[in-house]
Design a protein. Structure first.
Length: 292
């Protein structure tokens, strides 16, 4: 059994479609379909069924995927162990966060990190959903709440993100409608706050704070936005008082097998310094609760 073939089966299961699996692996759909079909021919089983346009594992497929995830974990541990022999911050690090933190905080500051570590390769993934460390979907994750107890994860509180109500500056005196979040985001604290403050149903909903910021800049309404980001935008004006309308903790997660690697330490320290540099640092607000 070729481990590379198992990678394609895992990507198909996690992506739910051949196109999404192909995107994750950087290949075309035909390659994914061919690799999955090769496993099916070798084992004489069907791994996936199409249900409402999505790939659903069969019973045999579920068994294979469970074993493949264990193989993936072992291969990842082997790569980590071998990479741990280095003493300089070199190699690839994949870091995920919500798009507004990637676009407005981390990406603009990445130049200093890469200049300090010429052998480092940084991949910033702007993703609203939580990618998994245990499944090796990412090396590090920056999240806006203390993570639930995920297997094989080390967490570190690096700051706090305060929110206020903003509108475009030239429209600040008008009775602007609220911009809300879509139903799939209804459980996040920002969405609940906006729902409580709105007197009517928002006519515009988005699924991401970056899109919300752009909608406010376009004059489409008012919204709850991060103060450290919206407050630096001269096109925007704050409508509420100086006290935060809402606050969310910022947590950094990483895999314990990688915590000793020079490249992981370098990126983790850079994240903490960058977050502090834009006014989100833990030392600026409440003392850190440490790591667990």
């Amino acid at each position: 059994m070729d481990w590379n073939d198992l990678r394609y089966a895992l990507a198909a299961a996690r992506g739910g479609t051949l196109s999404e699996a192909a995107k994750r692996l950087g290949v075309d759909e035909t390659t994914v379909a061919r690799r999955v079909a090769r496993i099916e021919r070798r084992l004489g089983v069907t791994l996936f069924e199409r249900t409402a346009g999505r790939l659903e594992p069969t019973g045999a497929g579920a068994q294979l995927l469970a074993h493949a995830e264990r193989v993936e974990s072992e291969v990842g541990a082997l790569e980590t162990a071998l990479a741990g022999a280095d003493r300089i911050a070199a190699g690839s690090v994949r870091l995920t966060a919500v798009p507004i933190l990637i676009n407005r905080v981390l990406a603009p500051a990445a130049g200093a990190l890469l200049a300090a570590h010429p052998g480092l390769r940084l991949e910033l993934v702007a993703e609203p959903r939580n990618l998994s460390l245990s499944r090796r979907e990412t090396d590090m994750a920056l999240r806006l709440a203390r993570p639930s107890r995920e297997a094989a994860a080390v967490v570190r509180r690096v700051g706090r993100l305060d929110y206020g109500v903003y509108a475009r500056a030239d429209l600040a005196g008008e009775d602007l409608p609220w911009i809300g979040y879509g139903e799939e985001m209804a459980d996040i604290p920002q969405a609940r706050w906006i729902a409580g403050a709105s007197r009517s149903e928002p006519r515009l909903r988005v699924n991401d704070a970056e899109a919300m910021l752009q909608a406010v800049r376009a004059g489409l309404g008012r919204a709850l936005l991060p103060c450290a980001i919206a407050g630096r935008d001269p096109a925007l004006a704050r409508l509420d008082g100086p006290a935060p309308a809402l606050g969310r903790e910022v947590w950094l997660m990483l895999h314990p097998d990688q915590r000793g690697l020079a490249r992981i330490r370098a990126v983790a320290d850079w994240v903490a310094a960058t977050v502090a540099g834009v006014g989100l640092g833990a030392e600026r607000t409440h003392p850190s609760t440490g790591s667990g």
